[in-house]
Ligand binder design. Structure first.
Ligand code: AP5
Length: 214
């Protein structure tokens, strides 16, 4: 399975991609995580990317593509989380012969997005995603899996969230249309809690897989 997850900030792309990795053995490739790693390691690419990320803006395509190429092995199953973000990036996948089976568009109401992002916490060691109310850790501030300290992302501040949402709305319509025209697009209602949403996602992927086999 080679899947793209599209969706607004906070739609649950990372959470669902983690579940697909754990349960279906797909590689979870998040361009956001890859860029944050570059920022943390203070690489030249990370220093440049940070200027855009802190403001909630998209990082220039050339930088994102560079980081993606270093980390994507297109010979095995993967789930792309946060890439492509615009038509240019979608075309880059095609030009590099990186074919995808299904593109999932996750639909979530705005009010839910804001509450998910403001309550999100992430493990500083293993990257596991939590939510203060929806998916709290057993011990406050500590990761259940590896004991790492939990932190809040820099771009989960209210004014930056607004900018990220604005950009998503501007870019996503065209992108969704691009994949709909190629008969790759499927929609999933992602307003419910994570297990329910994961169940819906699997139903859609299985149905799509059967259609492709016939
Ligand atoms: P990126 O890291 O990709 O952020 P994003 O797209 O804004 O998405 P998020 O990670 O915020 O949300 P998510 O949908 O993964 O939600 P999550 O599962 O964590 O990008 C960050 C920045 O990097 C960009 O702004 C840009 O600058 C740059 N960048 C990245 N890719 C780029 C690209 N291709 N081109 C250019 N620039 C790029 O869930 C959120 C919270 O909700 C969590 O707390 C979770 O526990 C909770 N939650 C999730 N699902 C549910 C559920 N169903 N029910 C209840 N709670 C839930």
């Amino acid at each position: 399975m080679r899947i793209i997850l599209l969706g607004a900030p906070g739609a649950g792309k990372g959470t669902l991609a983690e579940m697909l990795e754990e349960r279906k053995g797909l590689s979870h490739i998040s361009t956001g995580d890859l860029l944050r790693k570059e920022v943390k390691e203070n690489t030249a690419l990370g220093k440049e990317a940070r200027k855009f990320m802190d403001k909630g803006l998209l990082v220039p395509d050339a930088l994102v593509v560079e980081v993606l190429k270093k980390n994507l092995n297109s010979d095995s199953g993967f789930v792309l989380d946060g890439f492509p973000r615009n038509i240019n990036q979608a075309k880059m996948l095609e030009e590099n012969d990186i074919d995808v089976d299904t593109v999932i568009s996750l639909r979530v109401k705005d009010a839910i997005i804001i509450s998910r992002l403001s309550g999100r916490r992430i493990c500083s060691k293993c990257g596991k995603i939590y939510h203060l109310v929806n998916m709290p850790p057993k011990k406050e501030g500590v990761c259940d899996v590896c004991g790492g300290a939990l932190f809040q992302r820099e771009d989960d501040r209210e004014e930056v969230i607004k900018k990220r949402l604005e950009i998503y709305r501007k870019e996503s319509e065209e992108l969704i249309d691009y994949y709909a025209k190629r008969s790759k697009l499927k929609e999933v209602d992602a307003n419910a809690e994570a297990e329910d949403t994961y169940g819906k996602l699997i139903e859609v992927l299985e149905e799509d897989g059967k259609k492709r086999e016939n």
